[in-house]
Design a protein around this ligand. Structure first.
Ligand code: NDP
Length: 331
């Protein structure tokens, strides 16, 4: 038997209740590879799944945890053998399939990638789904022509998980990074990650009817959407791209939206880490190991245990987490 954070649902009241319980290998879902999980993390979707699910959880009882890193314990797939270090992100693990908030997980071999050289399991989860998405965003901006000489790159929701890793990667690659935050107390943290400018959230959360604003940004990684994305699109330089990853600030984009696309040739690139094919995941993890300064990762980490998770799920939904929460499932 081993520990897991299990979310149960009372069918009569519809209320969900997360708690640490003992489960066994026979309880785990089907899959070719059983992994002894070492670390998982807390992402925005985990916050939803620890609570009432927000439409993501298909069946209760449920074990959330959309990402994990650990050691292969058993495998019926030739690509993995016991002792191999692996990382998992995406594929609706932690939503439709039991996830990483347990000391063991069983998944399809196709969903895993080998731990890249240069990362241990804790560092891999300090990056996690949020960091992988940040890297995929930077790669998409590069594919659309972004170079450091083009000017400042904006990162929204900068003190959050995606934003923190995006800030550190972009700065490391030589970009001038302007970090948008609603938490002035995170300024020193963001500057230490490499932000050269802090933009107060209020500067971008008032809708304007102007069809365009001054051209300011050569690129943007946006984790917030809502009114902020509407404003940012109007401030992009000619031909620049926005990598849109999330909607921490709301699902609707507001404003006279068509003008940035027609008059400035702005690109809006949707980035999703969930169904990334194997080759893309391996390429992105390889870039993370190469381009993310590992000494900066430490400043992003809030350590946690399985029993901390019910409280942390609420915190991430309220935008209260700084950087990345790394869950030691064996602590
Ligand atoms: P976090 O909660 O760690 O960070 C989100 C940040 O957004 C907050 O820290 C805060 O930053 C800012 N924020 C929160 N609420 C608001 C608001 N109302 N208005 C403006 N800014 C706000 O989450 P993650 O970084 O992990 O994820 C961010 C988004 O990206 C989520 O929507 C998530 O679901 C999505 N996501 C998408 C992925 C994909 O594959 N596409 C993968 C991972 C995440 P600050 O305090 O600095 O202002």
């Amino acid at each position: 038997m081993f520990n897991a954070l299990v979310v149960e649902k009372d069918e009569e009241t519809g209320k969900t209740r997360p708690g640490v319980r003992q489960i066994g290998l026979d309880d785990l879902p089907e899959g070719e590879v059983t992994v002894a999980v070492e670390y998982s993390t807390v992402n925005y979707k985990d916050g939803l799944c620890i609570g009432p699910g927000g439409g993501l959880v298909r069946k209760y009882p449920h074990v959330p945890g959309i990402d994990f890193a650990g050691t292969v314990e058993a495998s019926s797939d030739g690509r993995y053998k016991p002792g191999d270090k692996v990382v998992l992100t995406g594929w609706r693990v932690g939503e439709a399939h039991w996830g990483g908030y347990a000391q063991k997980a069983r998944v399809r071999a196709d969903w895993l990638v080998p731990l890249p050289e240069g990362l241990d399991t804790r560092a891999a989860m300090a990056v996690g789904t949020a960091g992988l998405t940040a890297m995929l965003s930077v790669m998409a901006l590069e594919d659309h022509g972004l170079e450091a000489a083009h000017g400042p790159v904006l990162v929204t929701g900068a003190a959050g998980g995606v934003g923190s890793v995006a800030t550190a990667i972009l700065a490391q690659l030589g970009h001038e990074v302007a970090a948008v935050t609603g938490r002035p107390e995170t300024q020193d943290y963001l500057r230490a990650l490499g932000a050269s400018r802090i933009v107060a959230r209020e500067e971008l959360t008032e809708a304007t009817r102007k069809p365009l604003e001054s051209e300011l940004w050569a690129g943007c990684v946006d984790a917030v959407a809502g009114v902020m994305l509407g404003r940012v699109l109007k401030q992009m330089k000619y031909g620049a791209s926005v990598a849109a990853v999330g909607l921490a600030g709301g699902a609707a984009i507001e404003g006279a939206l068509i003008t940035p696309f027609i008059l400035r040739g702005v690109n809006l690139l949707g980035i999703d880490s969930v169904m990334q094919p194997y080759a893309n995941r391996v390429r992105a993890w390889g870039r993370i190991a190469r381009d993310l300064p590992m000494e900066k990762l430490d400043s992003m980490i809030t350590p946690a245990t399985l029993s901390d998770l019910p409280g942390l799920g609420g915190d991430i939904l309220k935008g209260r987490i700084r950087g990345r929460v790394v869950v030691d499932v064996n602590a």
